[in-house]
Design a protein around this ligand. Sequence first.
Ligand code: COA
Length: 324
Amino acid sequence: MHKAYISGTGSCLPERVLTNNELEQMVETSDEWITSRTGIQTRRISGAGEQNYQLAARAAEKALAAAGLEAQELDLVLVATLSPHMIMPSCACFVQAEIGAANAFAFDLNAACSGFLYGLDMAEKYIASRPEMKILVIGSETLSCRVNWEDRNTCILFGDGAGACIVESSSARGIVDSTLHADGNLWNLLYMDSPASRNPDLLDKDRQGCYIQMSGRDVFKYAVRAMEDAVTRLLKRQNLAINDVCLLIPHQANVRILGKLMERLGIEQEKVFINVNKYGNTSAASIPIALDEACQEGRVQQGDLVLLCSFGGGFTWGSMLLYW
Ligand code: COA
């Protein structure tokens, strides 16, 4: 029986660091408010040469090097993103060209902040039917282009970055199980408008601009409940307990959401990887960036049981268990 396992990780963050003190000059807010409500201290903002696909390609090159693979060996480039620099072609096609993955097919996937988890799950399904495949799964975002910098409710939360991993088959380790969910009825609690329609019959009169719109308190409540439920369900299905988990890498939205999640799951803080303080919420990029940092810091060792969980617009959410 073949399992899909992660043979290499990589990440890329833009150079520019935006601090809470700088945000104080832009909107009516304070470092104290942002830190106490979100735990976020800095985030990265893209500049010239740091388009979404360029961050994604740099992360991909590092993941390829870590896996000891050449780009030409890849069969699929899958990018999870909600902030591509173009609608067509996909970000994945730009990455494919940028890194020279000439033999790979390429497409984007949008499941908001859960996109990377959805992508890994899809990669696992490809590996199950074609174990020889070598798949590049990326989560990459430039949300700074999609944030209203005059809206203090949202502009303090988000950041840019990319994380990547190579997925190959193994008979010993890899993805054990995953559970994915969505509830489109709750779409209007967290959404981002598209650019205005050119078809007058489809023009939305209520359109507020192509920015992220959010009902913060509702999102907070749903996020905690949904991630707890997804994790509990998955552990139960696998006859595992939270104590069996060596490291939890959750979507990095807010330290208060993560604090509540830890409390409800009964997992010690030392077993939870948190870097939202440095990068803010990088949506689909948050889990792969955290995964790469966890590897670099030696927080995951071969054989460890790793748990991933996410929540995002849609709503979408899910969890995944894998042996490293
Ligand atoms: N600085 C100062 N005050 C701010 C502020 C800011 N950046 N943003 C909002 N406020 C104000 C509000 O206007 C409100 O003022 P009012 O009472 O005069 O109307 C007050 O702070 C409280 O707002 P509220 O929304 O109730 O705060 P909160 O404690 O819920 O914290 C969030 C706001 C956004 C930090 C919190 O709801 C949250 O983290 N939600 C989840 C967001 C998220 O993670 N989204 C992505 C999920 S993938």
